[in-house]
Each structure stands twice: as structure tokens, then as C-alpha cells.
Design a protein around this ligand. Structure first.
Ligand SMILES: Cc1cc2nc3c(=O)[nH]c(=O)nc-3n(C[C@H](O)[C@H](O)[C@H](O)COP(=O)(O)OP(=O)(O)OC[C@H]3O[C@@H](n4cnc5c(N)ncnc54)[C@H](O)[C@@H]3O)c2cc1C
Length: 579
């Protein structure tokens, strides 16, 4: 018979205290280990509280073994209060189990979910099989059919679930909604809705509306939230491999949170972790226009307890961004208020049609990732970053980033959000974010790229202006006229840069959510590399998203939140307590 957790604890305690006695010179880690299992567990953590303080805080070491004393306990511990954490917690509490939510952000939480639109993919109950086929096709066989079917079955229930909870939504029509790939089998089964504020039919605020509702609802149900409490490591039974709790950090101290039934990882993506982006995604860097606390913590925690990882190479891309100096986040929702602009590489040459047919979700694919030259001296991708060059006509036409109801400018104060962009772009010029000069040669110098030869930039613009005069762009096929989204008539698009001053702004590809993480099954259980569930460990949301190969549906992330939040919540609440 397997030992109980407490027996294991006792056995390890004896051994560890023995080692403490044997060695007069012990490491800091051994000290914590010995103290933790020897009866002074959190006292030890308290004695090391200084480790997280001071001008250069060092991370607290994690105590080893099973804590003798738990600071908090619940049936189900949910890590992360974004959309997935919210749906999971609602489901757990409605199943009659006690839940604690740990959130890394110092207050509020909400994740990318709270600064996003609430577009959600749904399907009709009688089209579940078609919807599953669509997802399976788009995943190119990388997600098992059972997971696709579980996703489809659950998204069919989402409209009813929202209605039961008094959450209003509207059906999306036109260019928004449903499958991105209309010719894949099953595509017509999918459509999209957007959560709307009560009594209003206003699009693109749905994430915030949902998160505000969830916070109130869960507080009303007595759910405990621990903000400013990042989970650090999962506590795994050394023999049964069950996940029985979490080490978290609170006020510079380690705390142990017991999960009698299960832990659910809802810690979002790794979009704010440039190193993980560089290792998992191509091209890179891609800059974050989402939630600054999403640094892939849950992925690492799951890896440490033996999880397999999947789908790390896909993401929900978010067009182009400008990133202010010293900011993790870039601006979201770029517009081109006028047509007198081009894009150039750090070498001063155009590299693509500036009105590409990239869709929002796959914008980064437009960057020529194969364009490596054997004699190049700069290891970066040719067009990452690149420069937007425009003239006074466009500067006067409107803000490059208009007012937004979602994205980093809507992040609550104190959580690292960006201030709104000025209406006439002048504030950004004054700050030096947009470089300004009276001639192209001076502009090239102001940009300050060592590889940018002013003569090359002058030649690029001269040639582009000639294309405008001729009404044809033989190099990149930029259309002479273009109909913007919703515009009745096409408007001029090949418009010269001929009105000084001239401007330049550094641009990056943008991501609002990565999608990869721990592999899961249709029950939302996290799997090891052999396909076996890690006992009592579940996940929901974009961490370990079902979608693979390509991001394929409008509202697919919120669909994942809703579907696997409920699946994880139900199954976690149904576990038998281990103590
Ligand atoms: C501008 C914008 C518009 C978007 N529009 C849409 C849309 O219309 N439809 C759609 O489907 N998707 C949209 N998205 C994407 C979507 O919002 C996200 O992918 C989704 O909300 C992620 O949900 P989540 O719950 O998995 O993660 P999140 O909502 O990001 O929540 C994760 C939470 O975990 C917390 N956390 C991280 N690490 C730890 C830790 N160690 N311990 C404890 N907590 C931790 C984070 O602070 C965060 O609160 C949009 C995103 C943005 C930015």
C-alpha cells in the first residue's frame, strides 16, 4: 500500500534532520529543507523573509518536501485569476467545493482576459461533430480528436451558461466571427458572440465585463482571493506523484497552500517572457500587447512535476506595435490614419507590401523569416524591428493608436499599463518615440541605426514616390486604392511621402497571447510525456491551449477559457480528497 503524504513527510523528516545533524556546514537550501520538515516549516521561511527584500531582491529558495504546516487550504486551488481561473472557480464553487484563487498581480488580477474583447467561438448543439472536425483539421492532427470533441461539446453550451449566469452577449456578424478558414470541413458550424455590458450592445469590452462579473460573483460565494501571491512551485507527493498543494510567495515569504482535491493551472501564456518567446516562437522577438504578469510561470511549474509541453509555436498575434523605452508592453490597435507611409528595414529598404493580406491572428507570418544572408553581420531578423516612415500629411490625419477599449492602455493603474496615445501624435514626438526631421537624410540620422545609410533611405522614398506617380508598385504590388474595413468606397493608397517634416517610428510584431503549455487530455488533466495524467493537476485557458498548428478561429481563446474552465472545474471538484 502506498504511504500517505504524512507518512512520507515523517520518513523524509527523519532523513533530513539526520543530514542536518551530520553536517556542520550546511547550505541555505539544506537549512530550509531541514527546518521545514523538522517542525519549523514556515518559521524557516519567515527567517529567510529578507531574501525577497532590499534593493536587489533575491528569490526565496523553495523548501523541499511536504510542508508540516499548511498556511491555507481548500479543495481546489486555482492559480491565476484571468478568464480561465474565473470560469474554473465558478464551476468548482457551484459544485459545492471550496476554492482559493492565487493571483500574481498585486490587486485586481484579470489577466489578458480583462483587457480583451470578449469574442467567443461557439457552435450549435447539433453541429458539435462538425465543429470538432474543423478544430481537428486546423490542428493538423496535433490535438487528439477527443480533445477537439470535448472543446466542441463544451462551446455549444457556452451561450446557455452565460444566460444562466445573467451575462448578456450579442451575436457577431460581418468580418468578425467564426472560423478563419471558411473552406476547412466543419467551418460553418462555428460562429462567434461577444459579451456586452448589461443593457448595452457595445462590442469589444466583453473581457472586462466578464471579469468584473466573475469577481463579484465569486466574492458573493465566499471564494478567497490571494492577490500579489504568485504560485512558485507545485507540491508533488514524492511517490504517488499527486499534486497536493502549491508553494506561493506572499509579502516576501513562502506560503504553503494545500489542495485537498486538485490544483488547476490558469496562469495564461508566456507573452511577457521574451526568453521563452525566443525559444518557442519564430520569428522573434515578438512584443507583448497583453498582460505583463504572464511570464509562463505555470508552464515551468508543470514541467518541474513532469508535464509534457505542446503547441508552444502558435500564438494569437496582434498586428504591429510600438514599444516605449523601458516598457514590457507595446501599444495595441495600430491604425494608419493616412496612406502616406512606407515600412523599411534597418537597412532603409522596403521589404513587403504595406497592406499585406496577413490576418490579425497570424500577422507575424508576414515577416520574411527565411531571409538570412550568409554575409550579414547582424543576427536579428531583417525586419524585426522595422521602421514606419511617414510624412506630415499622415501625422495630421489622426492618432496612430486611437482610443482603445481593450489592450495595455486599459490595464488598471499600478499594474504597468500604458498611457493613452495623443490625438495628434505630438506627445509621442516630444518624447522622442516618433523621430522627426525636415529631410529624409536627417531623419535617417535621427533614427540612429548604424546600418541605415541616409542615401539608401532617400533612394527608397524617391523610388516609392515614383511608383505613386505612375500608379503602380512593381516591387511589392501595393494597391493603388484600398477599401478599409467597413468603407463604402476605396480610397487612394499609393500616396507619396512629399510633405515635410518626415517621421519615423520603430515597429515590432505583436502578440496578445501565446497558446502553448502543458499537454492535456479531454478531461483537462495535465499529461506527462508518456500521456499519463499527473494526478490532481488540471489546466484551463491558453496555458496548454487545445489549438495547435495555427490559430484558426475568432474568439478561440475565450472559447478555450469557457470550455476547459468548466471541464477542469467539474473534474477537479469531483476528485476525492487526499486528506
Ligand atoms: C487586446 C486584446 C484583445 C483580445 N481579444 C480577444 C477576443 O476577442 N477573443 C479571444 O478569444 N481572445 C482575445 N484575446 C486573447 C484572450 O483575451 C486571452 O488569450 C485569454 O483571455 C487568456 O485567458 P487566460 O485565463 O488563459 O489567461 P489570463 O487572462 O492572461 O490570466 C492569467 C492570469 O494568471 C496570472 N498569473 C500568471 N502567473 C501566475 C502565477 N505564477 N501565480 C498566480 N497567478 C499567475 C496572471 O497575472 C493573470 O491574471 C485578446 C487579448 C488582448 C490583449
Amino acid at each position: 500500500m502506498a504511504e500517505t503524504a504524512d507518512q512520507i513527510h515523517l520518513r523524509r523528516g527523519e532523513a533530513d534532520m539526520g543530514s542536518v545533524k551530520r553536517s556542520a556546514k550546511i547550505t541555505r537550501r539544506e537549512f530550509v529543507k531541514g527546518m521545514t520538515v523538522g517542525g519549523a516549516g514556515l518559521a524557516a521561511a519567515g527567517m529567510l523573509a529578507g531574501c525577497a527584500q532590499g534593493p536587489t531582491p533575491t528569490p526565496c529558495p523553495t523548501p523541499v518536501g511536504i510542508p508540516e504546516k499548511w498556511d491555507k487550504e481548500a479543495d481546489v486551488v486555482v492559480l491565476g485569476f484571468g478568464g480561465a481561473g474565473a470560469v474554473t472557480a465558478v464551476t468548482v464553487v457551484e459544485a459545492g467545493a471550496k476554492v482559493i484563487v492565487l493571483e500574481k498581480a498585486p490587486h485586481t488580477g484579470g489577466g489578458a482576459s480583462s483587457i480583451s474583447g470578449g469574442f467567443i467561438t461557439v457552435t450549435d448543439p447539433d453541429k458539435v461533430e462538425d465543429a470538432a472536425t474543423y478544430l481537428y483539421t486546423a490542428c493538423f492532427g496535433l490535438t487528439p480528436k477527443e480533445v477537439c470533441r470535448a472543446w466542441a461539446e463544451e462551446i455549444a453550451k457556452t451561450p446557455d451558461w452565460l444566460t444562466q449566469h445573467g451575462i448578456e452577449f450579442m451575436k457577431l456578424t460581418g468580418p468578425f466571427g467564426g472560423a478563419d478558414f471558411k473552406n476547412f470541413p466543419g467551418a460553418s458550424a462555428l460562429w462567434s458572440i461577444d459579451i456586452v455590458p448589461p443593457g448595452e450592445q457595445v462590442m469589444n469590452k466583453g473581457g472586462r465585463v466578464f471579469m468584473e462579473w466573475a469577481a463579484e460573483y465569486l466574492k458573493g460565494k465566499g471564494v478567497e482571493f490571494l492577490f500579489g501571491t504568485p504560485a512558485k512551485e507545485l507540491i508533488q507527493h514524492p511517490e504517488t506523484k499527486e499534486i497536493i498543494g502549491v508553494w506561493a510567495e506572499s509579502g516576501g515569504n513562502r506560503i504553503a497552500v494545500k489542495a485537498k482535491k486538485a490544483v488547476v493551472l490558469c496562469t495564461g501564456g508566456f507573452e511577457a517572457n521574451e526568453e521563452m518567446i525566443g525559444n518557442f516562437i519564430r520569428p522573434a522577438p515578438i512584443k507583448c500587447v497583453g498582460w505583463p504578469f504572464n511570464t509562463g510561470d505555470g508552464i515551468k511549474m508543470a514541467q518541474k512535476v513532469g508535464a509534457d509541453i505542446w503547441h508552444t509555436n502558435i500564438l494569437a498575434a496582434a498586428g504591429l506595435t510600438f514599444v516605449p523605452p523601458n516598457s514590457v508592453l507595446g501599444y495595441w490597435g495600430m491604425g494608419f490614419p493616412g496612406p502616406s507611409y512606407i515600412w523599411v528595414t534597418r537597412y532603409g529598404k522596403r521589404f513587403t507590401c504595406e497592406n499585406p493580406s496577413w490576418t490579425m491572428h497570424r500577422a507575424f507570418m508576414g515577416f520574411d523569416i527565411w531571409n538570412w544572408k550568409e554575409d550579414q553581420t547582424d543576427p536579428r531578423y531583417l525586419a524585426i524591428p522595422f521602421y514606419l516612415i511617414f510624412d506630415e500629411k499622415m501625422r495630421q490625419a489622426g492618432p496612430i493608436y486611437g482610443p482603445a477599449t481593450v489592450g495595455p492602455t486599459t490595464i488598471p493603474e499600478g499594474l504597468g499599463g500604458l498611457e493613452p496615445w495623443s490625438q495628434d501624435n505630438t506627445k509621442e514626438i516630444e518624447k522622442g518615440w516618433i523621430k522627426k526631421a525636415n529631410t529624409i537624410a536627417e531623419l535617417a540620422a535621427a533614427i540612429g541605426e548604424p546600418t541605415l545609410d541616409p542615401a539608401v533611405l532617400e533612394e527608397t522614398i524617391k523610388r516609392y514616390n515614383e511608383y505613386c506617380a505612375n500608379g503602380e508598385d512593381p516591387e511589392f504590388g501595393r494597391p493603388k486604392e484600398l477599401a478599409g474595413m467597413g468603407a463604402a468606397q476605396p480610397s487612394p493608397n499609393l500616396v507619396p511621402l512629399d510633405t515635410p517634416p518626415y517621421y519615423a517610428m520603430q515597429m515590432w510584431p505583436a502578440v496578445y497571447s501565446t497558446c502553448g503549455g502543458p499537454r492535456k487530455n479531454e478531461k483537462a488533466q495535465v499529461l506527462d510525456p508518456m500521456g499519463n495524467p499527473i494526478p490532481r493537476l488540471y489546466e484551463a485557458g491558453v496555458i496548454g491551449h487545445s489549438a495547435a498548428h495555427v490559430y484558426s478561429t475568432f474568439g478561440q481563446n475565450w472559447a478555450e477559457i469557457m470550455a476547459f474552465g468548466r471541464i477542469a472545474g467539474r473534474n477537479a471538484a469531483a476528485e476525492k480528497p487526499w486528506s
